[in-house]
Structure formats: C-alpha cells, structure tokens
Design a protein around this ligand. Structure first.
Ligand code: 5GP
Ligand code: MG
Length: 179
C-alpha cells in the first residue's frame, strides 16, 4: 500500500486516550442501563470495536448502514437506509456511534428515524466533528475530536473503500499537491 500521500492528523495514541475519555463519560451515564450501541456502518466499525472493549458493563451492539458518499468526497442531502435494525428499540437506551459528523445530514436522518421508534433515550457519540461543514443542527452528546475541513481517512474511514485499516487518522494529499 503506497502511503506517500498520507499525512497523520490524529495519532493512534491520541485516539486511544480519547476513546478512554469517551468511554468514561459513557460509563457514568449508562453503566446500569444495558444500553444498545448502534454503530453506523461502515465508517464507525473500528471506533465502535475499540469503544465497546473499553466499556466494562453490559450493553448490546447493533448496526445500521446508510447510503454513503459512493466514491466521491461530498455528501448529498438524500439519505437512505441500506441496512436497518433487526431488533426493537422501544424502551431501550440507544447510543448511536458514528465516525464523523460532517454536514450532519446522515446523522440527523438517523436520529429522526430512531426517535420515532420510542427509545427510552437516544444519544449520539461521534469520534469526530467537522462543524465548519454543518448544514443541519446535530446534538453530539459525546464528542471525540473537532477536526478542520479536510478529507480524512484511516481508523475506519475510507477513500473509495481504501485506507480503513490505517491505525491513525490521516489526510490524503492529491498527487502533486504541495505540502
Ligand atoms: P454527513 O452526512 O454528516 O455529511 O456525513 C456522513 C458520513 O460521511 C460520515 O459518517 C462519514 O462516513 C462520511 N464522511 C464525512 N466526512 C468524511 C471524511 O472526512 N472522510 C471520510 N472518509 N468520510 C467522511
Ligand atoms: Mg459514518
């Protein structure tokens, strides 16, 4: 894998300590609630895997998948559910786990969709927040990093399905682009 055009923005060590901080905050609120963590595929799978292994209380994990960027780097306002929940969330404490909130369109769609299913509570944990791109208001209850308006890959995030395996979060420089 050619990594010459990758520049590390958030190191694996920074990610690790931030995941621990988020887990400690989540623990305070959910340790006796058997919450349901809902991971948003595909981008959140690495974050979710690290996060749940830091939670030392009972919880359950489910996944949803929303329509994504395709092979480009900008989102449209048109969101669809590709993979829905297969369990009822009525009366459950639901924690949505997302990799990054960018325009906010995807997560606003999902939160609205889930809230109609009468969960006991519904909160959002996002590893990254790119507020400069926001188009719709989103409440992030547990936030890892605020990031600038750059396209990021690694730690589950892809470009054209590649780079999800990188342990750090990186920017992708175009070939020939100046430092
Ligand atoms: P939004 O609907 O908030 O614009 O973006 C939704 C999804 O787009 C995020 O959950 C994430 O999967 C993807 N996304 C947003 N920003 C980035 C980015 O910088 N890099 C990558 N790889 N995906 C992103
Ligand atoms: Mg995502």
């Amino acid at each position: 894998m050619d990594s010459s055009n990758l520049k590390c923005l958030i190191s694996r060590e920074e990610i690790e300590s931030t995941v621990k901080r988020l887990a400690a905050d989540i623990r305070k609120d959910y340790h006796d609630k058997n919450p349901l963590a809902v991971g948003v595929l595909k981008g959140s799978f690495v974050f979710l895997a690290d996060l749940v292994r830091t939670l030392d209380f009972h919880h359950e994990v489910e996944f949803v998948r929303l329509s994504s960027y395709g092979s480009g780097t900008t989102s449209t306002g048109q969101i669809t559910m590709i993979h829905d929940l297969h369990v009822s969330i009525e009366g459950r404490h639901v924690l949505v786990v997302e990799d990054i909130v960018d325009t906010g369109n995807s997560i606003a769609f999902l939160i609205n969709y889930l809230s109609e299913k009468q969960p006991a509570s519904l909160k959002l944990c996002a590893l990254m927040d790119k507020p400069s791109r926001r188009q719709v208001e989103v409440q992030i209850d547990y936030r890892g990093f605020i990031v600038p308006n750059v396209f990021l890959v690694g730690y589950g995030l892809d470009y054209d399905e590649k780079y999800r395996n990188l342990p750090d979060i990186c920017t992708l420089q175009e070939v020939g682009e100046e430092e």
